[in-house]
Design a protein around this ligand. Structure first.
Ligand SMILES: Nc1ncnc2c1ncn2[C@@H]1O[C@H](COP(=O)(O)OP(=O)(O)OP(=O)(O)O)[C@@H](O)[C@H]1O
Length: 589
């Protein structure tokens, strides 16, 4: 409730629409309430007395009331929709902006699937709640109260029927709504499960196919879908069941009114028109009650949605820029890790322990180690994808936390393990690395990444359009494009996180050679599981179990470091080559 209330601040810019809409609705309600009264007069004072001119006059009035009501209803729809749609647009925009600020840790905590559901379904749910409130929630109570008052004033003889019927209708309504509400909440939870399953499957569609798991996934999806069908059926049946029960009660009211009416007309204490008007007001009361409960249902379904939206909006990104951020013109790229410890979960086990090393500007550093030893994690700390728990990381002698986040990240060309390519042209993807990239720069970076060779063969070359996720490129082509994107801005710091794993040996050799020759000034880290990819580096860091267990040139490590020797041996390196390492074929030459 509180969460939904808090979201109303997004309605502030559209408060005029939110007021004008319901005002027009009041006009429609007034006209709707007037119509049974006009009918009553037509019957009792016109038809019954044979006064035709009165009938014509009142009929014109009735038509005018209907037209004004129609205008009020349409205008209310236009303004209420404007308010609700803009309100939802702003919330969605704010959510997106907040999610963009999230650190990797934040997104680890609130899962991606959930973030998608929140930004789409949950925002739609609060939009619908607002729209219904502005349209129906104003209309129904007004119609209800108006009908009760009019019956009390003009058809008091029949008022006791209302007194008995309204509490009965309210109790039945409450009973159905309570149960349907519980079921609809379950529907929402099941839709969440469907979305998560769908997202996971779409992201991993190739793996599903490659492992021939379609049937297994289909069965898993069918189970959740079946749950959704069941729960949806029960919720909707509950809602549908309400209508006949309510109509039954109203019909009893109508029979009672007719019975009473016949007696009173015979006694001459009432007129036919009054009975007709009462029946009309009874129907209006019923409709008002039913639509109010529908709106209440929509609003109650928006409560959990608002909570989830609030959870995202209230999440403080745990990577913050310092108040007086340092924004240097140029970064040289001297990097130092000082006694760094890091854990993914607060109070969890450290995956990096007591990490200390220095990399000088322009130095080429290889990083190798056992699986899960923390190589990628180590590099994710430099652009502050995660913040260290203890110790500090300095660039050009300053703690990275003092830098403006943009300055820091723009200075780093980060090429992650899994190449992410966006839909758009090849050039659009390169512009992601540098807004104003020129054709020459694009060609230079693409050549260095050994990507020109395939770009030249594409239709339209740099203007070739990539489908979502670059699915019309091969794994190796995506990796080369993602390397070119990082190289295009000639960053002072380059991080290649196993980013040549899908590239053939010759291309990898060419890429590493270009890095050595064309990007001399960039401090470059190359994470690889292959010794051939790092052996020509100025220095190699060897990692095991979150610690640095060796550092030196290939020659030094082969001679002294047992972990490195083991990796070297498993990759075909010979003991005797310990002192003549140049014989091992390297990708750098
Ligand atoms: N987002 C994450 N949340 C929690 N733990 C993580 C996360 N990413 C990695 N880890 C854990 O941190 C440890 C180090 O992982 P990291 O990816 O840095 O290793 P790596 O040496 O790069 O491995 P590989 O050679 O397989 O790429 C592993 O135990 C891994 O399970």
């Amino acid at each position: 409730m509180q969460a939904l209330w808090n979201l109303l601040k997004y309605l502030r810019p559209y408060w005029m629409f939110a007021i004008i809409g319901p005002l027009f609705m009041c006009l429609e309600v007034a006209m709707d309430l007037m119509q049974p009264m006009l009918m009553q007069h037509i019957i009792d004072n016109g038809i019954a007395t044979g006064d035709h001119s009165y009938v014509v006059k009142m009929s014109i009035l009735l038509l005018a009331a209907a037209l004004i009501g129609l205008f009020g209803g349409l205008a209310c729809s236009i303004y209420s929709t404007k308010a609700a749609v803009n309100f939802a647009t702003d919330i969605r925009q704010e959510l997106f902006a907040r999610i963009e600020q999230f650190s990797a840790r934040n997104t680890d905590e609130i899962r991606t699937g959930k973030l998608i559901t929140i930004t789409t379904n949950d925002v739609s749910s609060v939009q619908m709640a607002l729209l219904m409130t502005l349209k129906v929630f104003v209309r129904s109570p007004l119609l209800f109260i108006g009908s009760v008052i009019i019956v009390f004033v003009s058809a008091r003889d029949f008022f006791p029927i209302l007194i008995v019927l309204i509490p009965l209708l309210a109790i039945v309504n409450w009973y159905f709504m309570k149960h349907a509400g519980r079921l609809f909440r379950k529907v929402q939870e099941t839709v969440d499960r469907i979305n998560t399953k769908l997202q996971e499957n779409l992201a991993g569609i190739r793996v599903v196919k490659a492992f021939g798991r379609q049937e297994y996934e289909k069965t898993g999806f069918a189970a959740i879908n079946h749950d959704l069908t069941n729960i949806n059926r029960r919720a909707n049946q509950m809602m549908m069941g309400l209508m006949p029960v309510m109509l039954f009660l109203v019909n009893i009211g109508i029979v009672a009114a007719l019975w009473m009416g016949v007696i009173k007309v015979e006694q001459g204490t009432s007129e036919v028109g009054v009975i007709l008007a009462f029946i009309n007001y009874l129907t209006i009361t019923l409709n008002a009650l039913i639509s109010s409960s529908h709106v209440l249902m929509v609003i109650s379904r928006a409560f959990p949605s608002a909570e989830r939206i609030k959870q995202v909006l209230d999440t403080v990104p745990d990577i913050q820029e310092s108040q007086e951020a340092y924004r240097p013109e140029k970064i040289k790229g001297n990097i130092e890790f000082r006694n760094v410890d890091f854990s993914y979960s607060k109070n969890g086990e450290y995956v990096l322990k007591e990490i200390s090393f220095k990399a000088n500007g322009g130095e080429k550093i290889g990083i190798i180690g056992t699986i899960g030893s923390g190589k990628s994690t180590l590099m994710k700390l430099i652009p502050r994808l995660y913040d260290v728990d203890r110790g500090e990381i300095c660039i050009d002698g300053r703690n990275i936390k003092e830098y403006g986040l943009r300055q820091l990240r723009v200075a780093i060309g980060f090429i992650p393990q899994k190449a992410s390519v966006f839909s758009g042209t090849i050039m659009d993807n390169l512009q992601y690395g540098k807004d104003d990239v020129s054709k020459e720069e694009a060609v230079f970076a693409s050549s260095a990444a050994n990507a020109m060779e395939f770009i030249e063969k594409l239709d339209g070359e740099f203007e070739h359009v990539l489908t979502q996720g670059g699915s019309n490129l091969s794994g190796g082509q995506k990796q080369r494009l993602s390397i070119a994107r990082a190289l295009v801005r000639k960053p002072p710091i380059l991080i290649l996180d196993d980013s040549t794993s899908a590239v053939d040996a010759l291309s990898e050799k060419a890429i590493l050679h270009s890095l050595q020759e064309e990007y001399k000034d960039s401090t470059t880290f190359i994470i690889s599981s292959k010794i051939s990819s790092v052996m020509k580096a100025d220095r190699i860091i060897v990692m095991e179990d979150g610690r640095i267990v060796g550092m030196g040139t290939h020659r030094e490590l082969v001679a002294t470091n047992s972990v490195y020797q083991e990796i070297y041996r498993t990759q075909g390196g010979k003991e005797e080559s310990v002192h003549e390492s140049g014989r091992y074929e390297t990708s750098w030459q």
